[in-house]
Design a protein around this ligand. Structure first.
Ligand code: ADP
Length: 927
């Protein structure tokens, strides 16, 4: 600057001559200098006030003052401005005193000394320049020193802050540390507000450097700022992501930021004077804001403070972000661990449920595993009963007995979380007591509920229907996470499915048991039917029936049968212990039913209605007895319960079936049904046996009659036949009768012969029936017998040609010649009779395999195939014999087969209807 403008020299001297001299000398050296000449006090004051000079040259002796006064005036204004004084010669002391007061140099005022003036000025200026440089350097050094000290202080602070901020990974603790750190150095008090997930600010830390005010400041926690208000500086800092400094905060500003009068009062007491609001930024996200406040008016935030606050905020934001990330990571890890644990728990539950077959087992698995898995302190499982509309607890843990008793059953409309969950088929979750009080005020004071602080009620849904519910109680309040809700829901639904499965299983078991019982019954009845139809004998059937009842239906069984005259007789008895049958017999013998009209058997026979005793415990005679003996006998026979079923066939009461047991109340509807089924089958079998017996009796009477009749008829008929033959022969010989009488006589002989044969046949039948037909065991030559019979028979035939073929050797058999002759006659007669058109009849005898065989063949009507197996039965006649009106009784072949059988031989037939028949008899040959 000195180079740019000319040197300005203030020359103060009130002697004009000296001034000229001095100026001339100065100009000699400083050619461009401006010399301002001052001649009086006013000029000096103006010049000093103008302050536009570089050096001052003053005379000591001034008529309006002296050089000392000028020196003082200049130095006061400009301490660094050089001042050079003219002094009178010889006043050295004066000059020294002036130098002590700041004078730079002096020049003795004389003509020869004037030349020294420019040198003095030059030197003074040089000294001044040196001083200036030194001062500047000093200042610069000082400034540097201060700056480095400040930087060091800040670095230390930030290092300390970093250490403190990273000391903990707990985000809340970190914030506390930050606040404490700040109030020690950067602020009188501070606030830290963090943005939550919803973008709202939470005041998480407040600190004040004065412990006396800490309580006051702490109350600011209740006033998190509404930062989104545009006029709010916090909002400005957050939105613009930059620091905002508030200098000299006015009462109006305080008022504007207060949320309510109390807040305002608080703020006024805390006296914010200057503040800086620094956003906390990390990974380009705004995490929150830190507010630093100074209350003392003498302090204020400068740019460096703001910078420091920002550096601190930057570190704090990173630390918070780290802490948050760590927390999130921890949470995620814990969540993952919990999820894994729950999944494995669900797996366990599923496995355990697969093995649970009853509803109770299912409930046990779900409650035990479920309660542990969600860390509940109590749990219960209820099932919904559709009929009663009630919920019933089937499994519970963690409740007192008293609570369990009171809540064992409750209606769907009970208005509890569990009943609501089942009714509305949705989960009911109560995270804390407040929620519970709000939603279930009426349950206040309910102990089952009060023991917990959070509740979950989950419906058990199967096919859209709620089969019941699961209730879980938690010791502490909790927000149910989505994962937790899913877990509980899955648990409940697994449980519901298992319950449905268990119910199906139990239904199937019941059905299986029922079908087992049914097939048992069916097997028993089938066995009964087989046994009852195995005999047509009435008594045997009754015996079978009584035996069937024991032990399946009774310890002992008795069948009382009603005779046509109404009398009742015990016909069959069976006892588990056979030796006791005699006791039962004694019972009926000593106390006959006819004398006990009130006896259950008598009543059943009378009414035809089934009866179970005891129908009332005091009454039944059969169990009580009519006298002491009766009672004792009943006691011995252990008659405790009894069932009597009537046997009725085609409207007729045949009798009654009594089942007796030593067991009390043995008989119920099932036994009764089975007994009745048995009775129905027995009735059929008994009816058949009865009919069979009647038929047998009828047949017996008929046979008896036939036997008697044929015996009685035989003798007179034989006599009549003999005499008629005699008469015929005699009259024929004598020729005494005419043609007509001869024919009549022949007819009489023929009819008598037929009658005789008929009677013979009947007699044979009755003998066979009675087992009285016997055959002789003589030697008979069958060949001779055949030839003899054929020879006798041949002359009587007109339409038929009878041929005979016998071996030359004899056919010796052992037998009854008369009976064998009867057999041959019979076969020949049939061959002729059943060839009504005539034709050949051929008889052939032969030996085959040690048997003598005789075949009698005809070419007559033959025998229908269906009749072949039956023609040897008594009274059987083939249909074609009847349609052709060939008379006969169906007896001949029966007698033939019986006679041959008595000879140890066989008779057989081969025939084709319309073609003819061949009958063959085989008799064992004698070796
Ligand atoms: P019947 O008195 O009816 O002849 P049999 O006992 O001698 O009684 O014969 C039984 C039945 O066998 C006859 O009714 C007839 O149907 C049949 N039968 C017996 N012999 C012959 C035969 N040679 N040809 C055809 N049918 C015969």
């Amino acid at each position: 600057m000195g180079e740019q403008r000319p040197l300005r020299i203030l020359l103060i001297d009130d002697n004009p001559r000296d001034r000229v001299l001095a100026a001339r000398e100065l100009r000699r050296t400083f050619t461009d200098a401006q010399i301002i000449e001052i001649i009086d006090a006013v000029g000096l004051a103006e010049a000093v006030a103008m302050d536009d000079f570089d050096v001052v040259v003053t005379d000591y002796q001034l008529h309006w003052g002296d050089g000392m006064a000028v020196l003082a005036a200049v130095k006061t204004r400009r301490s660094d401005c050089p001042v050079i004084m003219f002094t009178a010669s010889g006043s050295q002391e004066l000059a020294v005193a002036a130098m002590q007061s700041g004078l730079d140099d002096y020049v003795v005022k004389s003509s020869q000394h004037f030349v020294r003036l420019p040198i003095a000025v030059e030197r003074a200026l040089e000294r001044m320049e040196q001083r200036r440089v030194a001062t500047r350097l000093d200042a610069e050094r000082n400034a540097l020193l201060i700056r480095s000290q400040e930087a060091e202080r800040r670095a230390t602070f930030l290092a300390e802050a970093s250490a403190l901020l990273t000391a903990s990974l707990d985000y809340q603790i970190t914030l506390g540390h930050l606040a404490e750190l700040v109030v020690g150095s950067l602020a009188d008090w501070c606030l830290i507000d963090m943005l939550d997930e919803d973008g709202e600010l939470d005041r998480l830390a407040v600190a004040h450097h004065d412990p006396a005010c800490a309580g006051l400041a702490a109350r600011l926690r209740n006033y998190p700022p509404h930062w989104f208000r545009t006029e709010n500086p916090i909002g400005e800092a957050l939105r613009d992501r930059r620091s905002v400094r508030l200098d000299a905060i006015s009462p109006e500003q305080i008022e504007a930021s207060a949320l309510d009068p109390e807040h305002l009062q608080l703020l006024r007491e805390l006296r914010p004077h200057t503040a800086v609001l620094v956003p906390l930024l990390a990974r380009e996200r705004v995490l929150g804001i830190i507010t630093l406040v100074l209350s003392a008016p003498e302090r204020a935030y400068g740019p460096q403070d703001v910078q420091l606050a920002e550096a601190l905020a930057h570190r704090a934001a990173l630390a918070i972000d780290n802490a948050r990330l760590y927390k999130t990571e921890q949470q995620v890890r814990r969540q993952a661990e919990r999820t894994a644990a729950r999944l494995s728990r669900l797996q366990l539950v599923a496995t355990a449920l697969a093995g649970a077959v009853t509803v109770d087992e299912v409930a046990a698995v779900v409650i035990e595993q479920g309660v542990a898995a969600v860390e509940a302190n109590a749990g219960s499982l209820v099932l919904f009963d559709q009929h009663s509309g009630q919920l019933e607890v089937i499994r519970a843990v963690g409740y007192s007995d008293e609570v369990l008793r009171r809540w064992q059953r409750f209606p769907l409309s009970a208005g509890t979380p569990l009943s609501d969950a089942v009714r509305e088929r949705r989960m009911v979750l109560l995270s804390n007591e407040e929620e519970r009080t709000q939603r279930y005020p009426h349950l206040h004071g309910e102990r089952a509920i009060n023991k917990a602080n959070a509740w979950a009620a989950i419906p058990l849904l199967a096919g859209g229907q709620a089969v019941g519910g699961l209730c879980l109680n938690f010791g502490s309040a909790r927000a149910f996470s989505a994962e937790e809700r899913t877990f509980m829901d899955t648990l409940a639904q697994q449980c519901a499915q298992a319950i449905v499965r268990a119910r199906l299983y139990s239904a199937e078991q019941t059905a299986r048991a029922a079908s087992g019982a049914a097939s048992d019954r069916a097997a028993f009845l089938a066995e009964a039917t087989a046994l009852l139809t195995s005999s047509l004998e009435y008594d045997t059937t009754l015996e079978h029936l009584a035996r069937l009842a024991v032990p399946r239906l009774a310890d002992w069984c008795i069948i009382d049968v009603q005779e046509p005259d109404g009398a009742l007789h015990p016909m069959a008895i069976a006892h588990l212990q056979p030796e006791r049958v005699a006791l039962v017999q004694e019972l009926r013998l000593r106390y006959p039913l006819d004398t006990l009209p009130e006896h259950p058997v008598a009543r059943v026979i009378q009414t035809g209605q089934t009866l179970i005793s005891p129908e009332d415990p005091t009454a039944p005679l059969a169990l009580r007895g009519v006298d002491a003996g009766h009672t004792a006998l009943l006691e011995t026979l252990e008659v405790r319960s009894q069932m009597v079923v009537p046997l009725i066939a085609r409207g007729v009461t045949l009798g009654a079936l009594s089942f007796v047991s030593a067991q009390h109340d043995r008989y119920g509807p099932d036994e009764l049904a089975l007994a009745e089924e048995l009775a129905r089958r027995a009735e059929l079998a008994l009816d058949n046996a009865r009919l069979y017996r009647a038929a047998q009796q009828a047949i017996q009477i008929r046979d008896q009659f036939l036997s008697i009749a044929s015996h009685e008829l035989k003798t007179p008929l034989t006599s009549i036949f003999g005499n008629v033959q005699l008469l015929q022969r005699r009259l024929t010989r004598e020729g005494a009768v005419g043609e007509r009488d001869t024919r009549t006589l022949r007819a009489v002989v023929e009819q008598t012969d037929r009658l005789r044969k008929l009677v013979d046949a009947l007699l044979d039948i009755s003998r066979l029936q009675a087992g009285q037909l016997s055959v002789a065991r003589d030697l008979v030559d069958l060949g001779v017998l055949v030839r003899q019979v054929v020879a006798e028979y041949q002359p009587t035939l007109e339409q038929h040609t009878l041929t005979c073929q016998t071996p030359a050797s004899s056919l010796l058999v052992r037998g009854d010649a008369l009976r064998l002759e009867q057999v041959l006659h019979n076969l020949l007669q049939n061959a002729v009779k059943y060839s009504p058109q005539g034709g050949p009849v051929h008889v052939r005898a032969e030996v085959r395999n040690g048997y003598a065989r005789v075949h009698v063949s005809d070419e007559g009507i033959g025998i229908p195939t269906a009749a072949l197996s039956r023609i040897f039965q008594r009274f059987y006649r083939a249909a074609n014999a009847d349609t052709r009106h060939i008379s006969g009784m169906g007896v001949g072949l029966y007698v033939v087969s019986e006679i041959i059988a008595l000879h140890g031989g066989e008779v057989s037939v081969e025939s084709t209807e319309g073609r003819g028949s061949t009958f063959t008899i085989s008799l064992p040959l004698i070796d």
